[in-house]
Structure formats: C-alpha cells, structure tokens
Design a protein around this ligand. Structure first.
Ligand code: AMP
Ligand code: MG
Length: 398
C-alpha cells in the first residue's frame, strides 16, 4: 500500500524555510545603499544638533532690553548670512542682520524677525518687542552630543538616513543585503522580447521573483532559465553557488514527469514535500553543496505566493528585521469564496476600507488578477465556504 505523506502546515514550513537562511553579517555601507536595510549597531551622535545656537528666522539679532520700547531704531553693525564663521560679538545698542541658520553673536539674546522691521541695512527700525530667547534654536535642542539617536534594529528610510547625514555620517553599519540567485526552469519558456512558437510562453517568474527579492532589500542575480534537463540545471548553477546566500528556483517540483528541479536535487540535501496551502502546495527546500535552496512551484501566482509566505519572512529575518510579517486586518468579503478543507487558501483581493473584493478565481495561473490586487485573503484550513459579508483575515501587500 502506498501512503501519501501528510502535508506540512504553512506555519511549520515557514519556520523551516526561515531556519535555512542564515543572518547576513553587519558591514559598513554608504548611506545611499542603506535604504530599507536594518541598522546593525546603535548610532551615537559625535556632534550636537544644532551644533551651535542659531537663528530660526531671517531678521535681526538684538539684546531684548534694547527693543523694549514699542518702536526703536538701531544701527546695523554686522551682517551674518548662514555659513559665516567669524561671528563678531553684539555691542549694546546695536543690531546684527542675521539669516536663518546663522550663528547667534555673543551678547545677543533674541531675534526680531524681518517682518517686524523695516528691513534696513545701515539702520533698522524695529516695531516689535522680543522676549529673551525668541527665535533662537539652542545647541543640542534636537540631539545632545553623545546621545544614541538610532537603535540597532531600526529600519533605515529617508528620515533616518537624513539624520545620519546630519550628524556627519557618510556610512552606516547595516545587515548587508541577502544575495539571492534566481533560476527558472521549463522547456516551454522563452525570453521576453523573442518570438513565441506554438506551445511556448514568455518567462515571467525570474523578473517577478528578483523584484520581490529587491523589494525586501536583498540583491538578486538572475540566471534566467534552463530547459527541463538535469545536466543543464547543474551546469547553469555551477560556479554561482559560492557567491550567493540562497538559491531560489521556480518550476519542476510537482508530481509529473520532467520535474527538473526535483530530479536534480532530490536526495542531495533538498526535501520535496507538500504544504497544506493553495496555491503553492508542492515545495522543496534544503541545503545543496552548502547553499540553502528553496524551490518554488512554477505557476506564476504559486511562485509569487510561496515567495510571499515562506521566503520573504526568511529574507527579512536574515537581514535583521524584527517585523517580518505583513499587516493583518479583518475585512468583510465582497463575495462567497470556496476553499479546500485541510488547506489554507490565499485568494487575491482588493481591500478598500473594511471591504475586500476577491480579484479573480483561485487558479494559480491568474497573474493579471494578482497584479491588480493589493492584498491576500486568508481562508483557514477548517473553512470551506466564506459567505458574502463574512469577516475574513486579509494580509495587506505593498
Ligand atoms: P511547473 O511547476 O514547472 O510544472 O510549471 C507549472 C506551470 O507554470 C506551467 O504552466 C509552466 O509553463 C508555468 N511556468 C513555470 N515556470 C514559469 C516561468 N518561469 N514563467 C512563466 N510560467 C512558468
Ligand atoms: Mg516546468
């Protein structure tokens, strides 16, 4: 009697793939290469921000006691544009014209903004009083020298990289991008841009998967694709295995004949199994010649969803991310949905407010429907029908 092995659960398989991909080392990278990466060490400010007391306004630096009357006229003794480094002390009874960001001259304790004056350059008429400290940005008000401004584990986006620059950093220690080798398989595949013959289709998983890798902050090297030929498979990956952290393949893992990935890697460190998920049941993973390998099914939506469910969290975790899962929200299904018992189904949907409209059917070849969705509707293993209006869990993509 032949027994069919029980499929592994989505959560168990996710944990298994995650355990395969080791953490990337922390390295120093120039700021422009740090976008979306995770800071590997606490960032301490070697300078204060602002580094010196400076003006928050274009106007005049004064002593507040000199502008106590409703209208006063003062000689303008100095002009201080931003960037001037030789700051002359303010003598009592005078004003210095000053621009935003310029250093406050010693002796001045307030700024009168230009709108409250006649804007004079030799003498200035001031029509407003100024409290001590008015419009002065104090040294260290934002950041004190020696303070930790970003903690290790922070995901670096534009505000964080701006802050790093502001404290004088040109490079940051980050968990370096995970390097992923992407290889598609299938004798029916044709490079986009080339003519198609009957029975052939354009190859799309390479671009889809490489882009998904790059969206995590990882680096993808695309080997394009190989025909369903074990020799060609091994010849193509040879020479690349020691240059990457993970090999991701698509196609050739199901139960048919000519399953090139299975035929090439089965019994050589990679296990082929079924996951209790739809789409994307047939999966493979393991370590081949020292390299973690994750083999995805070939149907584009299966490949994309498998990446989303299993590889994306593994790659993010390897790059030091604490948050590796998509936001989950509850929404009301806009239609009845049917799902196979015993498998967790992910349907493509469009979430708007509290309603989610299913997009396309469950078929794993429906790439256009996937491309016009913005979420996945998760139907648990023990649910076979979701009625229109029922609450469902939605994974928000993008
Ligand atoms: P397979 O998993 O190799 O049996 O492929 C399943 C389905 O996905 C078949 O219809 C293939 O033609 C299609 N397919 C496999 N790989 C790709 C690819 N890289 N690009 C587009 N379609 C693919
Ligand atoms: Mg195939």
């Amino acid at each position: 009697m032949r027994t069919v092995p029980k499929p592994i659960s989505v959560d168990d398989y996710r944990a298994r793939v995650r355990a395969l991909v080791p953490a990337t080392p922390v390295t120093l990278l120039p700021l422009e290469q740090c976008v979306g990466l995770v800071l590997g060490d606490d960032l301490v400010a070697p300078v204060s921000l602002p580094p010196f007391d400076n003006s928050a306004m274009d106007g005049y630096a004064v002593r507040s006691v000199d502008v106590a009357d409703p209208v006063v006229e003062l000689p303008v003794a100095e002009d201080i544009p931003a960037g001037r480094t030789d700051v002359v002390p303010l003598r009592p009874g005078t004003a210095h014209r000053i621009m935003t960001g310029a250093p406050i001259p010693p002796g001045a304790d307030a700024i009168v903004k230009v709108e409250d004056t006649d804007g004079g350059t030799e003498r200035v008429t001031i029509k407003a009083q100024a409290a001590p400290g008015a419009h002065i940005r104090r040294t260290g008000e934002d950041v004190a020298e020696g303070a930790t401004v970003l903690r290790a584990g922070t995901v670096l986006g534009s505000p964080q990289l701006g802050l790093a620059s502001a404290i004088g950093r040109a490079e940051l220690p980050v968990h370096r991008p995970v390097r992923v080798l992407v290889l598609s398989t299938g004798s029916e595949l044709v490079e986009p841009g080339e003519p198609l013959r009957p029975g052939q289709i354009y190859e799309s998983n390479s671009v889809l998967l490489a882009t998904a890798v790059r969206e995590t902050g990882g680096e993808a090297t695309v080997l394009r694709f190989v025909p369903d030929d074990v020799r060609a498979f091994h010849d193509t990956i040879a020479g690349h295995l020691d240059k990457v952290d993970v090999l991701v393949t698509s196609g050739g893992v199901s139960a048919g004949a000519y399953e090139v990935v299975k035929d090439s890697l089965d019994g050589r460190g990679v296990d082929f199994l079924r996951v209790a998920v739809q789409p994307g049941g047939p999966q493979g993973s393991g370590v081949f010649q020292g390299l973690p390998v994750v083999t995805l099914p070939g149907n584009p939506v299966s490949a994309a969803l498998s990446f989303e469910l299993f590889l994306r969290p593994a790659l993010l975790a390897a790059m030091g991310h604490a948050v590796i899962n998509r936001p989950r929200v509850k929404a009301r299904s806009g239609a009845e949905l049917r799902s196979p018992l015993g498998r967790r189904q992910y349907r493509r949907g469009f979430l708007e407010g509290e309603a989610v409209a299913p997009v396309g059917g469950p078929g794993s070849h429906l790439l256009a429907a996937f491309a016009s969705s913005n979420c996945l509707i998760e139907i648990p293993e023990d649910v076979d029908v979701v009625a229109e209006g029922d609450p469902v869990t939605v994974l928000v993509l993008g």
